[in-house]
Design a binder for this molecule. Structure first.
Ligand SMILES: [Zn+2]
Length: 313
């Protein structure tokens, strides 16, 4: 059995990654697997909301058992259609982190367009101008090729995301048809309001989902403040938590964390793996999570938890 702590689980999309039109690696698990996981969380943890987590943090409540927090990043419509009914069935609260631009102006996000270009182009490799070497596309393991190329695009800070996407379109020699471009991937404001009304927590995942550490200070503040205002305007309630886009160690800095605090958020999630073993004020804006991906089974999850570090947060 794993130690006491706060286990914050993170999902992106629910559904079948097989044959997905866009980024297959964003599918955390199928809907059946999701239900198994919810049963596992309900049986083995005390499942708590973000409000309860904030309250525990403020009161320095001792972490004397295993707590679970369920979070979703990006605001895909399958969260509403597939995850929400099951969360209601098991009477569980989850947090949904929304990148507000994609709700205001539905469009295909950069990672999904990049995945589509990689999957549909007829080239054997991709190389953007700043890359020293091309990255091969292996049709037999397209998920891996998409993951490798997206990882490279994310870490390359020499160009803006729009520039890199334009470079990728040129290099892949293919453009997304209008019919594909108009696919509705994200929740609408009425759907998000319905989640909030049913006791789900809604947090900010920035406006544009750009990597904050690649932006200047003014742009970062704008992403943090404007997304909070948009959500608060639409939901008529205070927005108290944030999740960093992409969320790895290189995607936000110490300065970013201060800006998140100054913008009025009470806590922020990273995508760095770990279990919260105790509270510490230096970590309120870089809380660890446990990623659920690759259609993770209960047995897979148990293995992940055995290897997961317990840290002060
Ligand atoms: Zn995200």
């Amino acid at each position: 059995m794993r130690p006491n702590g706060i286990y914050c689980f993170n999902f992106h999309r629910i559904g079948d990654a097989q044959g997905a039109e866009f980024d297959p690696n964003l599918f955390s698990c199928t809907v059946d697997r999701f239900e198994e996981l919810l049963r596992f969380f309900s049986t083995n943890f005390e499942c708590i909301s973000i409000d309860k987590l904030i309250q525990m943090r403020q009161n320095n409540t001792p972490i004397d058992r295993r707590y679970a927090v369920i979070t979703f990043d990006d605001g895909y419509v399958d969260n509403y259609k597939l995850a929400y009914p099951l969360l209601k069935k098991y009477q569980l609260s989850a947090a949904f982190y929304i990148a507000t631009n994609y709700i205001d102006n539905p469009s295909i996000p950069w990672w999904d367009e990049a995945a589509w270009l990689i999957k549909n182009c007829e080239k054997g490799a991709i190389q953007l101008p700043s890359w020293l070497e091309p990255i091969n596309i292996d049709g037999g393991a397209i998920e891996d090729s998409i993951r490798d190329i997206l990882r490279k695009i994310k870490t390359d800070s020499q160009a803006t995301m729009n520039e890199k996407l334009a470079q990728l379109r040129l290099n892949a020699k293919i453009t997304m048809p209008l019919k594909v471009k108009s696919t509705n991937l994200f929740m609408s404001w009425p759907q998000i309001r319905e989640l909030a009304g049913a006791g789900m927590h809604i947090g900010s995942h920035s406006c544009s989902h750009r990597i904050l550490s690649h932006l200047d200070k003014e742009q970062q503040v704008q992403e943090l403040v404007t997304s909070k205002e948009r959500l608060e305007h639409e939901l008529a309630t205070e927005v108290t938590s944030f999740a960093y886009p992409v969320g790895g160690t290189e995607t936000f800095t110490q300065e970013t964390q201060s800006m998140v605090c100054d913008a009025g958020y009470k806590l922020a999630f990273s995508y760095i793996s770990g279990i919260i073993g105790s509270f510490s004020s230096s970590c309120d804006y870089q809380l660890r999570r446990i990623a659920i991906d690759n259609n993770c089974s209960i047995a897979d999850l148990k293995r992940i938890l055995i290897n997961c570090k317990v840290v002060a947060s």
